[in-house]
Design a protein around this ligand. Structure first.
Ligand code: NAD
Length: 434
């Protein structure tokens, strides 16, 4: 299906650039064909419910005022409140927000959560702003979003370049602008908060842990051991670091990493904790890590390895590099890292892809636990969180694995089919208002 998101470069007359929305719509349409989705429900799910764009002024440290553009796209809420992250990055735009919101709808549905899908963020490079400026930008964005978010309506969470600190500022601003009697009861307007402010123990590692669990369940099904397996990670932030941490604990070996600043490789192994401490002391960059040699950016995906974990941005594995990938398993920590053309090449080569909506769903599952904890005025223990997360992730993996076996389809299509059917059922039961 053609979309309006393809951008034609008039000057160079290059082929249209495929937007993220093209990718997610193509994935959706392929699964919708497979399940014979009702045409009316296909129409509803192919569009977003609400798109909020806000322009807002913020006073900078030097006294100047800068105008920022923030987005919140609410794709679908048939199964519950909109749920999904907020990203601070120069690539944030309406196309990215739409696509990421749509992925969230499939992800929450597949995980069996009472949520729909939303996503948003601000187009900016956070490295250019002080901590004080980022706080004011976040608070003013929250104020501009106003009642478009809410604990029973739309619940943001951390994503690229946002953190538990960002969520604490949002929760505080949101609560401070409620009528007095409602102020303390609205903590769960965001998840991924710090533990001292309503956050859930274990939420920080949940996405990466879920990526690791999916890889472990895949290995178990294949009767393979993770010990000694080589893996590479693109993006050494929240998701990439924690996935690497748990894989290393299982005896797998990290051999290459790429982040926004550069790429490194050591086929003898990179110690995850050492790299983490190094990057923390090096403004979040892995560049010049002494235990590894530097690698050309374009050679990262062709590094020798068994498992590849894209855990940075979307559209990273494409027809340009998919053919060079050595890994036999791609575990998608990021959202939308493999585009449709790249995926086709990988599937033809016999590479298994654990798709984003399954592989990185540990984060939203833990967010759901945090939301329940806040709603019920409880404090959950880490071991309970991990036990519940293990069960949820295993259930989802088994569902997708078995569906893909019984219908002879790849994991992504199977995951989409399960997710879409659950939403279709809700629409059929309830009908369309009025
Ligand atoms: P993060 O901000 O903590 O880390 C992002 C990492 O990616 C950093 O190491 C950064 O240097 C690197 N990076 C940025 N641009 C890059 C580029 N062009 N090339 C290579 N590396 C680059 O973000 P995160 O929370 O770890 O999110 C990573 C991905 O996982 C995103 O796609 C996000 O949507 C997805 N995700 C995150 C969560 C979560 O709970 N945080 C949940 C599900 C999915």
């Amino acid at each position: 299906m053609a979309t309006m998101t393809a951008v034609k470069d008039k000057k160079t007359k290059k082929a249209p650039v495929r937007g993220m929305m093209d990718n997610v719509l193509e994935q959706f349409n392929s699964a919708a064909d497979q399940v014979g989705l009702h045409p009316n429900i296909r129409k509803i799910l192919a569009i977003t419910n609400n798109e909020i764009i806000v322009n807002f002024p913020v006073k900078m440290d030097n006294g100047d005022v800068e105008i920022f553009t923030g987005y919140r796209v609410q794709h679908n809420n048939a199964l519950g409140p909109y749920k999904g992250g907020l990203r601070y990055h120069p690539t944030v735009d309406i196309d990215a927000a739409r696509a990421l919101a749509m992925w969230m709808t499939w992800k929450t549905s597949l995980a069996g959560l009472p949520y729909g899908g939303g996503k948003g963020g601000i187009k900016l490079d956070p490295s250019k702003y002080s901590q004080g400026e980022l706080e004011r930008i976040t608070r003013r964005f929250t104020f501009a979003l106003a009642d478009n978010i809410g604990p029973e309506h739309d619940i943001p969470a951390p994503d690229v370049n946002t953190s538990s600190q960002t969520m604490a500022w949002i929760a505080d601003t949101y609560m401070s602008t409620r009528p007095p009697a409602e102020r303390t009861a609205n903590q769960h307007v965001v998840t991924g908060k710090p533990e001292g402010s309503g956050g859930l123990e274990g939420r920080d590692r949940a996405t990466g842990y879920g990526v690791y669990l999916n890889i472990k369940y895949w290995a178990q099904r294949k009767n393979e051991k993770l010990k000694g397996k080589k893996f590479i990670v693109q993006g050494f932030g929240n998701v990439g670091y924690w996935a690497a941490h748990f894989l290393e604990e299982e005896g797998a070996k990290l051999v290459a990493v790429q982040d926004a600043f550069g790429s490194i490789e050591n086929q003898k192994g990179i110690t995850v904790e050492d790299l983490f401490n190094y990057s923390k002391a090096n403004n979040g960059s892995i560049v010049d890590f002494p235990e590894a040699k530097s690698l050309q950016k374009e050679n990262f995906y062709s590094t020798t390895c068994d498992i590849c974990i894209p855990a940075a941005l979307g559209n990273q594995i494409t027809k340009e590099n998919a053919g060079d990938i050595k890994a036999t398993l791609i575990a998608e920590g990021a959202n939308g890292p493999t585009n449709v053309e790249g995926e086709k090449i990988l599937l033809e080569k016999g590479v298994t892809i654990i798709p984003d909506i399954l592989c990185n769903s540990g984060g939203v599952v833990a967010s759901y636990f945090e939301w329940l904890q806040n709603r019920n005025g409880e404090l959950w223990q880490l071991e309970d969180v991990i036990a519940k997360l293990d069960k949820k992730m295993k259930d989802s993996f088994d569902k997708v694995y078995e569906y893909s076996e019984s219908e002879a389809m790849d994991f992504r299509t199977a995951a989409y089919c399960i997710a879409i059917k659950r939403i279709e059922k809700a629409y059929i039961q309830r009908g369309i208002f009025p």
